[in-house]
Design a protein around this ligand. Structure first.
Ligand code: ADP
Ligand code: ZN
Length: 293
């Protein structure tokens, strides 16, 4: 059985064909331009591939409410050309197959939960620290959407007194994303994050903000495990610093076997950076099963 997968990002669109075992058999990457230019290229890739369904893990905000008139749309995105784009409907109509749809981070979470390090757990998170910050949440074995979908990157957090960077979120100034995403590191220190490896103070502060967010997530959701992905987490040693700070900030208030083993609790992605595309594949598989019933 073949399924299509689309990881829709602000800079590139990754398209793939895979099977029900999560094996990716073919993939291409297409730059994200405008919907008018890019959507037909994506469609052309999927046409004639004999896929039973398509799954899309998409940048947001997106409409995931099935009773809404704009279900399956990208809604108010800052990537303005894509605002109010009926991305799901476009593929549903042109391919004539079921289309599963969720946020990119819920996609990565689903990939890890199905084939990776979150397998067998029912309550977990996948946090990405890249161009933006986002998080997917699974609770009771289900991806969480609530009224829209979680927007964890915009959680508010205390600015550390020695940090004089003002933050650039047009809505919140100093939310998590605006203080800790890759572009925030670059704006604060004047260089791209990947060129700052010789500046320990950069990573000490970065680990602090990530750890504050992680502790808040632990207290709110009680996840059994948390994955930290995204480009910024490629910095060697960062995950260890975050683990150490999480243990310190959580201060022993919660005593569980999971938190006692922080190296297994707070982890990097386990699927060689395929978690997003594999998760999109699973979104397609799940939608296929759902529509067959
Ligand atoms: P995106 O979020 O656009 O999908 P990434 O997850 O790669 O892409 O995130 C890009 C951000 O991560 C950039 O701000 C970049 O500076 C930062 N980044 C990429 N690679 C590294 C690295 N090896 N070390 C630290 N930061 C990195
Ligand atoms: Zn914000």
């Amino acid at each position: 059985m073949l399924f299509g997968a689309l990881e829709a990002g602000g800079t590139k669109m990754v398209c793939a064909i895979g099977n029900e075992n999560g094996e990716i058999l073919d993939r291409v990457s297409i730059p994200t331009e405008t919907p008018e230019v890019t959507l037909p290229k994506l469609l052309e890739y999927f046409q004639g591939k004999e896929i039973l369904a398509l799954g899309i893990g998409c940048f947001g905000p997106i409409d995931l409410n099935e009773s809404s008139e704009t279900f399956g749309y990208i809604t108010t995105t800052p990537k303005l050309a894509w605002a109010n784009c009926d991305i799901c409907g476009y593929f549903r109509e042109n391919l004539g197959i079921p289309v599963g749809f969720d946020t990119d981070v819920n996609g990565s979470l689903l990939g890890e939960a199905t084939w990776g390090c979150l397998k067998g757990l029912d309550t977990a998170m996948y946090i990405t620290i890249g161009t933006g910050v986002g998080a997917g949440i699974m609770a009771g074995g289900r991806l969480q959407h609530g009224m829209l979908h979680p927007e964890c990157g915009h959680m508010l957090l205390p600015v550390r007194s020695d940090d004089h960077y003002a933050g650039k979120c047009p809505y919140h100034g100093t939310c998590l994303e605006s203080m800790a995403a890759g572009p925030a590191i670059e704006a604060r220190w004047g260089q791209k994050a990947e060129t700052l490896y010789d500046r320990p103070e950069v990573w000490e502060l970065e680990a602090h903000y990530i750890a504050v967010a992680v502790v808040n997530f632990i207290m709110i959701l009680s996840p059994q495990k948390i994955v930290l992905g995204g480009g910024v987490m490629h910095k060697d040693g960062l995950i260890e610093m975050v683990r150490e700070k999480v243990t310190r900030l959580a201060a022993g208030y919660i005593q569980t076997k999971e938190l006692a083993d922080m190296d297994s609790y707070l982890v990097l992605p386990s699927l060689d950076d395929n978690q997003g595309i594999m998760g999109a594949l699973k979104l397609g598989m799940d939608r296929y099963q759902q529509e067959r019933k």
